[in-house]
Design a protein around this ligand. Structure first.
Ligand SMILES: [Zn+2]
Length: 305
């Protein structure tokens, strides 16, 4: 196996473990936008978009090694899970083996943080064993945002209420019970979870920062060590294209307006600074720097001067 991509931020090492390697989607899959708009952003080729205007994306996790800790940020899709999206249904990937091969056997992970509780960020929280969902990382504390969990708990109650009222169609549309049932509730049942605030410090130099909009309690992960800095975006930004159009929300955003405000604020604060941006769905090379580009921003693969 090829060594996974990794980055140094002072004394901290971040390693990318891929669950679903770089693939293309149409811009319309995520955004209300045309191919021409993608092609006009010529800085996106060849890494972030194809010559025909399709977007490149990836599903991966980051391991943050800091202070003797092994922190897994987002747990991707998982295996054996029933999902409505065909490519995500009943997957049989090698994520846990790849993690171990990279030097991180699952039992050595001490912290799991889900930037939010969507299907592609909680999947490997659990794995199927003898027909039961068990924690994939038995020695880890799983950090879930308190605001985020409150939101999904209410969605779950709403789904149950609809279902009990006989409105199965409406209940199914929410799709909450399925994901929570196989990837979040088993962690809570096992007592491995810890509800945290949106500015929670995981260890000195690694902390959460609130980036709401995609979901109500969405967080990004900020790293600072030895005078260097990096930020793991989560789905605050899905694709580098959004740097050029900060207000461009994804179809799957809980609040498109809030996610746009969050991005504009984030880009304004972090652009043209030596802060490595690690994109949770950014395709290879996955990391870059935010730089000014006309009246908005773009991702550069070289640090700002
Ligand atoms: Zn996602």
């Amino acid at each position: 196996m090829e060594a996974p991509a990794s980055w140094r931020i002072g004394d901290v090492r971040v390693t990318r473990i891929v669950d679903m390697a770089d693939f293309t989607i149409t811009p319309q899959f995520l955004f209300d936008i045309e191919i021409e708009t993608v092609l006009a952003q010529d800085w996106m080729q060849p890494h972030f978009a194809t010559a025909t205007g399709e977007l490149l994306v990836s599903v991966h996790a980051f391991i943050v090694e800091a202070d003797g800790r092994r922190i897994l940020v987002d747990t991707c899709l998982g295996n054996d899970k029933q999902r409505h999206t065909e490519a995500w249904n009943m997957r049989q990937g090698t994520f846990l083996q790849d993690l171990a091969a990279a030097g991180f056997p699952p039992e050595t992970i001490d912290t799991v943080i889900c930037t939010h509780l969507h299907v592609d960020h909680v999947g490997w929280n659990t794995r199927l064993e003898n027909g039961r969902w068990i924690p994939s990382f038995p020695n880890a504390r799983y950090l879930f945002g308190r605001i985020e969990w409150d939101h999904w708990r209410h969605e779950l109650e709403e789904e149950q209420r609809l279902s009990e009222a006989g409105d199965d169609h409406a209940a199914q549309l929410l799709q909450v019970g399925m994901v929570m049932g196989d990837s979040v509730l088993p962690i809570i049942d096992a007592g491995l979870h810890q509800l945290v605030e949106v500015d929670h410090e995981i260890t000195p130099g690694v902390w959460l920062e609130p980036t709401p909009g995609h979901t109500p309690g969405h967080v990004s992960v900020h790293i600072r060590s030895g005078g260097q800095e990096a930020i793991i975006t989560g789905d605050m930004v899905h694709h580098p294209l959004q740097c050029a159009f900060p207000e461009l929300g994804a179809h799957v955003d809980w609040s498109s307006t809030m996610s746009g405000e969050t991005r504009r604020d984030f880009f304004g604060r972090n652009a043209d600074r030596p802060i490595l941006i690690l994109g949770t769905h950014f395709p290879t090379p996955t990391a870059g720097w935010l730089v000014s580009h006309g009246s908005s921003w773009r991702i550069s693969l070289t640090p700002p001067a």
